[in-house]
Design a protein around this ligand. Structure first.
Ligand code: ADP
Length: 272
């Protein structure tokens, strides 16, 4: 079994005796540990690119101007730019996470996913020099009630990951349709690296990465799925992951029937 932490507090009440309070602080301690780990992780993630950046800056400052060729100088500048971009991406994702955690869920509007998917696919393709085959099976009349910006981030995160963790020539299949229970399902299937069973429960943790170097090299902050999970929960939806190592993965967002809007094609054009 698991040990639990108890806190006792004894107080004297004006001549009437003593009051002994006993409190289970197991959850509180867990929360404090998670918080401490998070701060340590953030510091580490930001310090790494900053150290590299400072290293390049110092080299350029200390070398006589003519010691570097024009090409070398340009190469250094590009590497420094990359590190600065990485820090910016981390900070932007941290802000997104904190906004998601601290804001109330407001009433949504009807959001068509099809145009969001189109935009996200273009954006995802642009992050990689490798090319992938894309297949779409998207219902243009299917919508959900929710937050457009959040849904757009969730879709973009899943598509970007599919591109990031699928080698050159792999295939990415995107589906958006209602299932037999009336739920709306968005899914991204890739033929990429896949994820081991033991890692699947952890991939939505902040900064958890199966392969740190691949994630960093492709511009990952390690926060994408943590953000996605938050957004999914805010829409009362479920995030389902199926994956097989070296075969590929499917990430699904299943939206509950209550928020699904299915426009019947041509409904509004009928004149009876
Ligand atoms: P990152 O910025 O590292 O991609 P995420 O939170 O988006 O962070 O994902 C966490 C980790 O989950 C990734 O580092 C990667 O190891 C794994 N992962 C996410 N999506 C996929 C995928 N489609 N295929 C294989 N592994 C994935």
């Amino acid at each position: 079994g698991q040990l639990c932490s108890l806190q006792f507090q004894l107080t004297q009440h004006a001549n009437e005796g003593y009051l002994l309070l006993c409190q289970d602080i197991t959850q509180l301690e867990k929360l404090q540990t998670t918080q401490r780990d998070f701060v340590a992780n953030v510091s580490h993630e930001i310090r790494t690119p900053l150290t590299v950046l400072i290293g390049f800056l110092e080299t350029m400052r200390d070398l006589p101007h003519e010691a570097l060729t024009k090409e070398q100088r340009k190469q250094y500048e590009e590497l420094m730019h990359e590190q600065a971009q990485r820090m910016l991406a981390i900070v932007a994702d941290l802000l997104t996470l904190s906004t998601l955690e601290s804001t109330e869920i407001v009433e949504g509007t009807q959001v068509q996913l099809a145009p969001i998917i189109d935009k996200a696919a273009v954006q995802a393709q642009s992050i990689s020099r490798e090319s992938h085959e894309f297949e779409f099976d998207v219902d243009p009349d299917l919508a959900v009630v929710g937050q457009m910006n959040e849904l757009s981030s969730a879709v973009t995160n899943l598509l970007t990951n599919a591109v990031r963790y699928t080698p050159e020539g792999g295939k990415i299949t995107i589906r958006w349709s209602a299932n037999e229970h009336g739920e709306a399902v968005f899914s991204v299937t890739d033929t990429g690296l896949g994820i081991e069973k033991k890692d699947i429960p952890r991939i939505t943790e902040r900064f958890y990465r199966v392969d740190k170097s691949r994630s960093r090299a492709s511009g990952g902050t390690g926060l994408g799925l943590a953000i996605t999970k938050h957004i999914v929960i805010r829409h009362n939806a479920k995030l389902v992951v199926d994956s097989e190592i070296n075969k590929g993965s499917t990430f699904r967002i299943v939206f509950p029937e209550e928020i699904v809007v299915q426009e019947k094609k041509g409904d509004h054009k009928r004149d009876d």
